[in-house]
Write a protein that binds this ligand. Structure first.
Ligand SMILES: [Zn+2]
Ligand SMILES: [Zn+2]
Length: 135
């Protein structure tokens, strides 16, 4: 089983873009379709043949590696080691990012509060576009 993650370019002062993790697929070939439609969605003017060509360059990359195409960063992982999107900011969280990163509802390194005094949701370390207003 393979899992495709698609990361959009960062917004505003955010360091990371928001990620979308696709449904796991049994065959690598099915990743091609996911890449193809992510590219078409990103750029509706993209000619299908161009999208095809780009998708061919993406879906065969090694698991754990990334490739950027049309501003989108694609990453392929084995399903048992799949990343997820931070439930707070949407940054891609890898299972080994920090000691509590494995659960699918784990925050990213920029949102997780390590110490009581440490500020959470740092734009320079998360996908937040602007600093959160403190209440
Ligand atoms: Zn986050
Ligand atoms: Zn956050």
């Amino acid at each position: 089983m393979f899992v495709l993650s698609v990361v959009k370019p960062p917004e505003g002062e955010a360091k990371y873009g928001k990620a979308e993790v696709c449904e796991p697929v049994a065959e690598r070939g099915k990743l091609f379709t996911q890449v193809y439609w992510a590219l078409r969605e990103r750029n509706g003017w993209m000619h299908p043949e161009v999208a095809n060509k780009h998708a061919e360059g993406v879906y065969l990359i090694d698991t754990g590696s990334t490739v950027t195409c049309e501003g989108l960063t694609f990453r392929i992982d084995k399903a048992e080691n799949a990343p997820h999107a931070c439930p707070c900011c949407g940054r891609l969280v890898l299972p080994d990012d920090h000691s509590f990163a494995a659960p699918r509802d784990a925050d990213c390194l920029g949102c997780f509060t390590w110490e009581v005094d440490a500020p959470a949701h740092l734009p320079q370390n998360s996908a937040h576009a602007v600093k959160k207003e403190s209440k």
